[in-house]
Design a protein around this ligand. Structure first.
Ligand SMILES: Nc1ncnc2c1ncn2[C@@H]1O[C@H](COP(=O)(O)OP(=O)(O)O)[C@@H](O)[C@H]1O
Ligand SMILES: [Mg+2]
Length: 257
């Protein structure tokens, strides 16, 4: 993506002031920065929840800015899993119904919805909580339901805005272990965090400041390979072996400057 996002509230606010970033398929990116630096705005653009004021955002090769709301909603539903800081679960639905919800909009049959939702809840360690309502679950369990819901469509891209921010350290560690597994399976992850040790679980850290990328820091075992994102991505793509239809890169860019 190469994009700029300006909010007009009397004074214009440049929430993202010309940010150019590439999210290769299979990569794991952390986003850090002070409050108000544009982290959520960046996630909303990459996740097709919003469109840039100028510049462009490409997801899987398609220009999100050129789509109408309906198309953008469809791309989001098919390709993006979003984990919000506040979970956003439906209070009257059980865990398994919450997780199955995205499949309703895709015309998946009721039995299959239940089956897929139950299996992904098992995956996140909640196989024994399928019929619990959100208010019958702990904060960490709710977060895992939200992650299961984000994963149920098998999204090309998983976005998480402070996924461990509201969790005790043990539950947070479990979520991060789950992300490691997802990464090892070839999924693409972008996560916002305030915690340095959490960010270091990713391949690289994008540091935002005042709506700009201050620097991109390579961490972990990808160090030294970061110079060549594309070859690293295709290596991993090859290792994953499913090929898939079209690229799964999210490519977000600003208007230069
Ligand atoms: N919907 C909005 N309308 C107006 N200004 C907004 C809106 N969303 C965010 N902003 C402003 O854009 C800037 C970046 O916000 P945000 O991306 O939420 O930062 P962060 O997630 O890093 O805390 C802030 O100055 C914020 O006040
Ligand atoms: Mg935010």
């Amino acid at each position: 993506m190469d994009a700029r996002k300006t909010y007009q509230l009397g004074e214009p606010v440049h929430a993202l002031d010309g940010v150019s970033v590439d999210v290769p398929r299979g990569s794991y990116t952390a986003v850090m920065g002070p409050s108000g630096s544009g982290k959520s705005t960046l996630m909303n653009l990459v996740g097709c929840l919003d469109t840039p004021t100028s510049g462009s955002v490409f997801v899987d090769g398609a220009d999100v800015g050129a789509m109408n709301d309906r198309e953008r909603t469809r791309v989001r539903g098919e390709k993006v899993g979003f984990v919000f800081q506040t979970f956003n679960l439906m209070p009257r639905l059980t865990a398994v119904e919450n997780v199955a919800l995205p499949l309703v909009f895709r015309g998946v049959s009721k039995d299959e919805r239940h089956e897929r939702a139950a299996s992904i809840l098992e995956r996140v360690g909640l196989g024994d909580r399928l019929e619990h309502a959100p208010n019958e679950l702990s904060g960490g369990q709710r977060q895992r339901v939200a992650i299961a819901r984000a994963l149920v469509n098998d999204p090309a891209l998983l976005l998480a805005d402070e996924p461990t921010g509201n969790l005790d350290s043990e539950t947070g560690a479990n979520i991060l272990d789950l992300f490691d597994e997802l990464k090892a399976e070839g999924n693409t992850l972008v996560m916002v965090t305030h915690e340095r040790d959490v960010a270091e679980r990713a391949d690289r850290i994008i540091h935002l400041l005042d709506g700009k990328i201050e620097r991109i820091e390579a961490v972990g075992d990808l160090e030294g390979r970061q110079h060549d994102d594309e070859s690293a991505a295709s290596e991993r793509e090859g290792a994953r072996g499913d090929g898939g239809a079209g690229g799964r890169d999210a490519d977000v860019g600003g208007d230069g400057s």
